[in-house]
Write a protein that binds this ligand. Structure first.
Ligand code: CAA
Length: 285
């Protein structure tokens, strides 16, 4: 594997991918972000620039460091632009087929010693790697939303991940300033295996206990020490994203608590995704 990670590729610059790219450039690493259109790439660059400007305004970073960080991000719409990366982190749509195709393509494009990581939250890393001829180089690097703020990264060992690739990803997680933990490719890894059914329980409690969204959130913040209430958190993660992840876990584990509650499925079907759509449990201005 590459001795040192000097250049990283991030495929997919949505909320998670942009957050991961932000972490990389802040850590001083040259980063190539790939989006399907130049406009989506520019949107992500603007978002990263905005959050780094806020850091300057709050005296957490100086202007020169901010500009240097933004300057370390280059954009491409062509996967071939990732050919000289030491590590590529995938953060595209949470669908197995597109991820499998992407990894097969990355294997053709990238150097043989480059590590290929997926940020999947609920799919199997082993299945994502199944169309790659050298699956030893594939691992999971699962960041939490919002990636620049949440300290954890789960480093996931798939069935065929090599020790080298796994330890390279672990060391890179630490270099980004994260708290990496080592885990295996089991459904939901560690945190989502616990958090997804727990959030589903919270939503079911809304109906069973006939409490308001505000009171449920206040209950978990002030009675259980959560930094934000479960409904606020679901709005942040995205109701659609949660339902999708919940269905993936239900598919694998067949435990009733894993299945998304009907209320969340209805919200997702109605486009009430939370913050990103302007309305979920709460309305956003
Ligand atoms: N990217 C980059 N920077 C961001 C950001 C983002 N998405 N969101 C906020 N920031 C920056 C902003 O600049 C902000 O400062 P300003 O508002 O002054 O501009 C700064 O970070 C601080 O933001 P907040 O004041 O909102 O920070 P906070 O102290 O209130 O903490 C929080 C926010 C870290 C999100 C905290 O509420 C928290 O820990 N919530 C729980 C989140 C959580 O559980 N996430 C896991 C979700 S599950 C998951 O991700 C798994 C999965 O697979 C789906």
């Amino acid at each position: 594997m590459a001795e040192e990670i000097r250049k990283v590729g991030v495929v997919g610059l949505g909320a998670m991918g942009a957050g991961i790219a932000q972490l990389c450039v802040e850590a001083g690493v040259e980063t190539v972000g790939r989006e399907v259109s130049a406009e989506l790439g520019e949107n992500a660059r603007d978002r990263i620039g905005h959050f780094l400007t806020r850091k300057v305004e709050k005296a957490q970073m100086d202007q020169a460091a901010r500009d240097a960080a933004v300057g370390r991000l280059s954009l491409t719409t062509d996967l071939a632009g990732l050919a000289d990366c030491d590590l590529v982190i995938e953060a595209i749509v949470e669908e197995l087929g597109p991820k499998q195709e992407l990894f097969a393509e990355l294997e053709r494009i990238c150097r043989p010693d480059a590590v290929l990581a997926t940020n999947t939250s609920a799919l199997s890393v082993t299945e994502i790697a199944s169309r790659v001829a050298s699956p030893g180089r594939v691992v999971g690097m699962h960041f939490f939303n919002p990636a620049p703020l949440m300290p954890l990264v789960e480093i996931v060992r798939a069935e065929l991940s090599s020790d080298d690739a796994f330890e390279t990803a672990y060391a890179f997680g630490a270099l980004l300033g994260k708290h990496p933990i080592r885990c295996n490719d089991t459904p939901g890894f560690v945190v989502n295996r616990i958090l997804i059914p727990l959030l589903n329980d919270c939503v079911r409690t809304l109906d069973e206990a006939r409490v308001t969204v505000e009171d449920l959130d206040a209950g978990m913040k002030h009675g259980a020490g959560w930094p934000m209430g479960p409904c606020e958190l679901l709005d942040l993660v995205g109701i659609d994203v949660h339902v999708h992840a919940s269905e993936a876990l239900w598919d694998k584990l067949r435990e009733p608590r894993m299945a998304p509650p009907a209320r969340l499925v209805a919200m997702a079907n109605a486009g009430l995704y939370g913050r990103k759509s302007g309305r979920g449990f709460y309305t956003y201005g």
